[in-house]
Design a protein around this ligand. Structure first.
Ligand code: F0G
Length: 435
């Protein structure tokens, strides 16, 4: 077998069969990752095969994940893969947003164009494929909303039973609605994300339910393809920076692994710097990064942010993420609720739009250019992780000047675009439109 699970801890690196159901290393408790026998091949031939598959009508070739199957070779064969044509997300030119961010140019890799509206689909198609291969019947996850929406869709499409656990009252209705519609057994638990995750890890073991949180190494494999597809779209020109929001830090882990593997395979010759942006009230990774060498993550007991997708105080993947940020020469920044809200409105006004957590990227870029860390002519890609329609309540509050941050302070709607209420009278409507 060419694929194995390996402990991520440098001091352990124990190996296990790829078909063993493990979430942490049984020897040392470390995180696990999928590793492969050194791939031999010709980088130019892979690039041209992947490009060629875009013209194919075969379902797996049409997937922006499985099209790149040589980059994620954990399955013996791809019979078990279920695709909703995930990936295939555009790289959009964000000119208006660039000037707000203090940049000459800025590209958005918009993962909100995925089948369930977030980057989770890239990973979930792989997690569910592994679940099918293992022959499990039930899959579970804890979620701030997007993982659960995605898992519900992919599990149901594969004929598996999805069980989701969400923090009661703390996910957006758009996301909850998706889970219900896709047929997930939905348990709203009166606790926060971190507390529920600790519980569910025990429940999964006791009831033999396969866990599909981002601690699952196969989800990370799928999320690697977000960066591979982005590089393919850029004709393999490496950007200076990739900017992304940080919550449970699965994406940071996946992106860093992807770039290191692309370099090993000869697809690229250098790594971009990863800039991870957190919300001020949920920024344990920011604190860790500033603590320097040898520090351990100190969980935030009561994380707070209106960007509920990244309202996480104890991110499980921090050892991987820290390694990747350091390897890439990157950094971690944090931004306020006000900065997220305004950046989000600017992304919307550029005709692009995204959910609150995604807008942390542009808010972070603005801060980094103002601080002289990122130069105005840098080549930057920001990853928009979720679709605008995921959280319409936030948007309506912002544009009608009634968005309050968790500490009760009113957010100033600097880019408000409120609707006008008018009577059904021709003159009144005409008069309003003349203004
Ligand atoms: N952006 C969005 C829209 C998300 O849904 C998430 C995570 C993140 C960013 C952070 O990504 O965890 O890889 O650092 N949402 C998870 C969920 C936790 O349950 O849907 P990360």
């Amino acid at each position: 077998m060419t694929a194995e699970l390996a402990c991520f801890a440098e001091s352990c690196r124990a190996r296990f069969p790829i078909t063993e159901i493990l979430y942490n290393c049984p020897k040392c408790g470390g995180l696990l990752e999928a590793v492969y026998a050194r791939v031999t091949g010709d980088a130019a031939a892979w690039k041209s095969a992947w490009r060629q598959r875009r013209t194919s009508n075969a379902p797996l070739d049409q997937s922006g994940v499985w099209r790149y199957r040589e980059f994620i070779p954990f399955l013996d064969d791809t019979r078990h893969a279920v695709t909703l044509r995930e990936g295939n997300t555009p790289l959009l030119d964000g000119r208006l947003a660039a000037s707000y961010g203090g940049l000459d140019g800025l590209a958005f890799k918009h993962q909100g164009f995925n089948p369930t509206g977030s980057f989770k689909d890239n990973g979930m198609t792989c997690g569910v494929a592994q679940a099918m291969r293992l022959g499990v019947e039930r899959v579970a996850c804890v979620s701030t909303g997007n993982t659960s929406a995605s898992m519900a869709a992919y599990a149901s499409a594969a004929g598996l039973q999805p069980v989701i656990f969400i923090p009661h009252g703390n996910i957006s209705f758009g996301k909850l609605a998706q889970a219900l519609e896709y047929g997930a057994r939905t348990l709203e638990v009166e606790a926060n994300f971190d507390q529920i995750l600790a519980l569910v890890r025990q429940i999964a073991e006791r009831l033999n339910i396969y866990l599909l949180n981002s601690i699952n190494p196969f989800r990370i494999e799928g999320q690697k393809t977000i960066m591979l597809e982005m590089m393919d779209q850029r004709d393999w020109k490496v950007p200076d920076w990739v900017v992304l929001p940080g919550g449970n830090l699965g994406n940071t882990s996946a992106f860093g692994k992807a770039f290191r593997e692309m370099r090993q395979m000869g697809l690229i010759d250098r790594l971009p710097r990863l800039a991870v942006i957190q919300a001020e009230g949920s920024a344990p990774f920011y604190d860790l990064f500033r603590s320097g060498e040898g520090a351990e993550l100190r969980a935030v007991g009561h994380p707070e942010t209106l960007a509920t997708a990244i309202k996480i105080g104890d991110p499980v993947s921090w050892p991987k993420a820290l390694h990747e940020v350091r390897c890439s020469g990157g950094l971690v920044e944090k931004v306020s609720e006000q900065e997220i809200a305004d950046a989000k409105a600017v992304i919307g006004r550029a005709g692009i739009g995204c959910e609150p957590a995604s807008a942390a990227t542009l808010a972070g870029i603005r801060k980094l250019t103002k601080g002289g860390v990122m130069s105005h002519d840098a080549d930057v890609v920001a990853v928009l992780t979720g679709n605008l329609l995921k959280d319409p309540d936030y948007i309506h509050r912002y544009h009608t000047n009634c968005l309050d941050s968790p500490d009760g302070k009113r957010i100033i709607s600097n880019y408000a675009n409120p609707p006008e209420v008018l009577p059904a009278e021709l003159d009144k409507i005409a008069e309003s439109l003349r203004r």
